[in-house]
Design a protein around this ligand. Sequence first.
Ligand SMILES: [Zn+2]
Length: 103
Amino acid sequence: MTGPAPVAPARPRTDCDVLREIPMPPYVTVEDVQFAVRAVVVHAPRAWSGGTICRNDASPHPCRLHVWGRRVLTLRGLPSTEIDALVERGDPAADPRPYRPGA
Ligand SMILES: [Zn+2]
């Protein structure tokens, strides 16, 4: 009646493993942009003794999600300096359009 429970194979996974192949959207929607901002901010580079790694999953930077996010934002017409600024600001909910306070 009681037997050993079947053991599920342990599978270490990270965000980046799950999304092995990330398709590019045919056109970039507002949602894609928001997701891309979150991707580049959450998967920001981190200096490590062995080099630069992803802050989120410790794979070599830039990881797949960071590359995907950057590609989407580039498609959206954002210059790489703007993307760098977003990563540096570290706000995953940032609006990538130029923000003019008081406008
Ligand atoms: Zn990552």
